[in-house]
Design a protein around this ligand. Sequence first.
Ligand code: 7TS
Length: 400
Amino acid sequence: MVKEEFPILSQSVNEKPLIYLDNASTTQKPSSVINEIQNYYESTNSNIHRGVHHLSQRATEKYEDSRKIIQNFIGAKSSKEIIFVRGATEAVNLVANSYVRPLLSEGDNIIISQMEHHANIVPWQLITKEKKAEIRVVPINETGELLVDNMDDLIDENTRFISLNHVSNSLGTVNPVNELIQKAHQNDIRIMIDGAQAVQHMKVNVEDLDVDFYCFSGHKMYGPTGIGILYGKREILEKMEPYQGGGDMIKSVTFEKTIFNDIPHIFEAGTPNIVGAIGLAKAIEFIENITIEEIEKHEMALLNYATEKINSIDGVKIVGNAEEKASVISFVMENIHPHDIGTIMDNMGIAIRAGHHCTQPIMDFYNIPATARASFAIYNTEEDVDKLVEGIQKVKEVFT
Ligand code: 7TS
């Protein structure tokens, strides 16, 4: 059983066996990742790219090998196109500041969508405010699907960039990224896809997508926190301004002039999260041992099972019913606040998330303050879904 590879999942919470259904927030970590991190600190720990000594060389090798593992995982042409960042949030901020900001003038616009995480909204607000540019928003429909054709009306000669998510963390919607990327390129506009909720659920190949930038977070795909990836096409990265200044991102420094390092190092100032990168590579090994296809199949079966069961309960409504969905179910219950749902579930040892999930514009669209959200990973089972359904029944009992 996959669950047994995750030590944290064998505990009890409120004297009940833990049922962890908050995977869109962060997934748990398998023993292989935990052991790799411990092993690194016990055998290899050293700073990278600096020392001639043995440990430093080994640490550098492991760090750079991890970059190659990630390159292969997403099908990038070169490992130089893989930049280690803190997570999806930092990746968007990096692109906003180093690529888009220098392109922006007064009257320009950037296109995002109604279903973005705040991480793909606020960085754009910061730079558009400064440059007196505007943000344009691709709308969604009631089922939670992007109105793709409306994007054509939003694009004009002042559109400088498009940034959209691959999978919505609140609605579960899988966006037609192929079509979105093509649309951007037909208009000669570069596009970023936020894959924070995609790479752990489905095969992603950045070369096939022909996407300009793609990003994700390690901690949502069985890896450690504090590490994430920005992929960028080499020819774009090579022309970009640095993001932060410091050690490792330079070739030489005098008070008069600094010569910057090559990609990807130019975007990795300072001592990076070395162990995070190594742990993330191990998480990818975990995914690849199972295969992403098997993970997708398993999660889709759980999603369908859960959707059917939840839909059959009176007074419960699923928010986000797109044709193409990943394993995320947001729901609301008549006259019951999602926080109360979350609290009663917690008493039963069931971890779900309640809130706006950092997507307040989605909540505004549906005119609700929050949702309760269950999200599945490879270690979840039909029994977990049965417990969730039991939890929902319990919430109903308490409130009637
Ligand atoms: N983009 C999407 C689509 C996300 O779901 C998240 C995090 C982020 C970006 C930001 O990722 P970070 O790792 O940099 O924080 N989403 C969630 C969530 O749904 N619940 O907690 C965090």
